[in-house]
Design a protein around this ligand. Structure first.
Ligand code: GAR
Length: 194
């Protein structure tokens, strides 16, 4: 199962996938390319480290969504990698129907809350400020409606009284790393992708 990863930031979840692949824990999944809309994103350093194509791909003209020329560039680059699965791992743009249509049923996203609670930006901060006692992370199919596609799996994280936004974020991220590796490995072993 050929996997393309899109990300905008640190890339700790993409790193977890690369390490799992290296250690033989990613089933039949093979990460074939990593693309980032931010040239300085840490996620791009994974390319040389793991011997995977990784490059900045301009997503202009829009700042918070992938549409127009940027969308066309992403569709062409991702199509050239012939993916069976596209993983949004911290890709901080709204992906529009054009891209989703090009990779129909093959795009999944990781979100740092137990959806349908706390969709959108800063899922961890939203949960912390709301005062819920259990939050977590979700992997779901991507549909045009934000963070609303079919849920593939979730992991729960308890919020302790002594937690700060930072200590909570660290545990949610650790849970994300395990969950994303599990889901991708499982999908790669299933009969049909997603
Ligand atoms: C992750 O926590 C992911 O859930 C979140 O961005 C972070 C990326 O971290 N994604 C979203 O909030 C999407 N709405 P990483 O770059 O270290 O993998």
């Amino acid at each position: 199962m050929r996997v393309v990863i899109l990300g905008s930031g640190r890339g700790s979840n993409a790193e977890a996938l690369c390490i799992a692949q290296q250690e033989g824990r990613l089933g039949r999944a093979q990460i074939v390319a990593i693309f980032s809309d931010r040239p300085e994103a840490g996620i791009l350093a994974l390319g040389p480290r793991f011997g995977i194509e990784a490059r900045h791909l301009d997503a202009a003209p829009f700042k918070t969504k992938l549409e127009g020329e940027g969308e066309a560039r992403y569709i062409a680059a991702v199509q050239a990698s012939a993916p069976d699965l596209v993983v949004l791992a911290g890709f901080m743009r709204v992906v529009k129907p054009g891209f989703l249509h090009a990779f129909a049923g093959r795009v999944i996203n990781l979100h740092p809350s137990l959806l349908p609670s706390f969709p959108g930006l800063d899922g961890i901060g939203q949960a912390f400020r709301h005062g819920v006692k259990i939050t977590g992370c979700t992997v779901h199919e991507v549909t045009p409606e934000i963070d609303a596609g079919r849920i593939l799996d979730q992991a729960a994280v308890r919020i302790e009284d002594h937690d700060t936004p930072d200590t909570l974020a660290a545990r949610v991220h650790a849970a994300e790393h395990r969950l994303l590796v599990d889901v991708v490995a499982r999908l790669s072993l299933a009969q049909a992708p997603v």
